[in-house]
Ligand binder design. Structure first.
Ligand code: NAD
Length: 238
């Protein structure tokens, strides 16, 4: 098989890559995300039945972006991007740590915290100024008669974003790497099978063995921030 340098490499990251930056995952906390049941904060039903709770939850997650920094695992991926022939970074994360560590063209399959989405038009807008991080609901700039904004997040039961582009890159890659994902959330967790059945080498970096561990050719157990920088050096023959 060609070395990674001459190859097309696709990465899928999950909440685990941001754990060492201080952003909590949810599978590590008994299925709770920052003390909340997923059903209460990350479903369209939750937004319909208790929008105040859902709004406050995401405003806190959005504010937290101002307090956290990318960690060595994020920077290792920036270096890998510079060294290989073709690089695609897909993330399940809604934080902005990949962008802030210098990765380009990050594909956010589950949406982003930095943007908010008009409930009427579906347009999103970047809203990260101090006045955008308040507890009160916010309203859009896109409609003549303003409409309420919702988090620009793909909730459970909603359609993930950019799937056409994602399948195209996963089907055609030589290496498929998953970093910090529990392998429970589909369709993201199934992408490794798509890559493998198209002949890619599949590699996992995670702190414990995830639900879909059987689908990987190579597994590196440990904290991404501690082991990924050296792995990247070896892949780049440094
Ligand atoms: P998850 O929380 O289900 O699983 C995280 C995985 O990372 C676990 O298997 C855990 O063992 C592993 N892990 C924890 N610390 C690690 C470390 N330092 N190094 C390597 N691995 C580590 O995450 P998921 O599979 O991404 O699914 C979570 C869903 O929740 C996603 O849809 C995501 O949008 C959302 N979420 C996002 C964030 C974020 O943006 N940072 C945070 C929490 C949840």
């Amino acid at each position: 098989m060609a070395s990674m340098l001459d190859s097309s490499v696709v990465i899928l990251t999950g909440a685990g890559i941001s754990a060492e930056s201080g952003v909590r995952t949810f599978r590590d906390n008994d299925g709770l995300w920052e003390e909340h049941r997923i059903e209460d904060v990350a479903t369209p039903y939750a937004w319909e039945s208790n929008p105040e709770l859902v709004w406050r939850f995401y405003q806190l997650r959005r504010k937290q972006l101002l307090e956290v920094e990318p960690n060595p695992a994020h920077f290792a991926l920036t270096k890998l991007e510079e060294g290989v022939n073709k690089f695609t970074l897909i993330t399940q994360n809604v934080d902005d740590l990949h962008e802030r560590s210098g990765s380009s063209n990050v594909i956010h399959i589950h949406g982003r915290l930095r943007t908010l989405r008009c409930e009427f038009s579906g347009e999103n807008e970047e809203r990260m100024k101090g006045k955008d991080l308040v507890e009160d609901f916010l309203f859009c700039n896109c409609c003549e008669k303003v409409n309420r904004l919702r988090p620009d997040i793909v909730w459970f039961g909603e359609v993930p974003m950019h799937m056409e582009e994602i399948y195209e890159s996963v089907e055609n890659c030589d290496y498929f790497l998953v970093i910090g994902s529990s392998g429970h959330v589909y369709p993201a967790a199934g992408l490794v099978n798509v890559a493998k059945s198209n002949g890619a080498k599949t590699i996992l970096i995670n702190s414990d063995s995830p639900a879909n561990a059987f689908a990987f050719d190579e597994i590196h157990l440990g904290k991404a921030g501690e082991i990924l920088p050296d792995l990247v050096k070896s892949w780049l023959n440094e």
